[in-house]
Design a protein around this ligand. Structure first.
Ligand SMILES: [Fe+2]
Ligand SMILES: [Fe+2]
Length: 179
């Protein structure tokens, strides 16, 4: 498998979660209220899976290795756009968490911020994924020989292996710091 293989497989799961978030927006408008537990679940999915696990492998492995190659101006420009879009997604998630916290505390006005930030994520991800899948990932593979591609794939597997340990160690450390 090429190193973009796991990234494309991950895109499919992100798309399924985005569909669920889209459906949740319809529920919010029908019922006039948000489900804070769903927001927590969506935030955890985006932060842990889409951002840390998926964008992490894109930025720390694929983009890092592309930076060592003499890539075209077009590909250079796309990398910068993708990094900016990853940052935008992070900001949306942060704003969504803040809106949900205010909503739980009783702020009625926070509902529209929850909606706006879920809407932003639902709009952003499909376009971002399409740019990577259709215009970037496969042409980028031409910069690497087979040994380099295999090494990247292995590094991605190691990255994934470490992730679950990292996630739960952070949770424990977070509680320890409170005491
Ligand atoms: Fe990306
Ligand atoms: Fe991606």
């Amino acid at each position: 498998m090429m190193p973009v293989g796991p990234l494309m497989i991950e895109h499919r799961l992100i798309e399924r979660m985005i569909k669920i978030m889209q459906a949740n927006l319809e529920t919010i408008s029908k019922e006039g209220k948000a489900d804070p537990v769903f927001v927590d679940t969506a935030v955890d999915f985006i932060r842990t899976y889409a951002d840390r696990c998926h964008h992490g492998k894109e930025e720390d492995i694929l983009f890092r290795n592309l930076a060592k190659k003499n890539i075209s101006d077009e590909h250079q420009r796309i990398i910068q756009e993708l990094i900016e879009e990853h940052k935008m997604g992070r900001d949306n998630v942060k704003n969504l968490v803040e809106a949900k916290e205010k909503y739980v505390e009783g702020s009625k006005g926070a509902l529209k911020d929850i909606i706006a930030n879920i809407e932003a994520l639902v709009k952003f991800y499909p376009k971002h994924i399409e740019k990577e899948d259709k215009h970037f990932f496969l042409p980028c593979m031409n910069y690497f020989n087979d040994a380099e591609k295999d090494a990247m794939l292995n590094e991605m597997r190691e990255f994934d292996q470490k992730m679950i340990h990292e996630k739960y160690a952070k949770i424990v450390e977070g509680y320890e710091k409170r005491n």
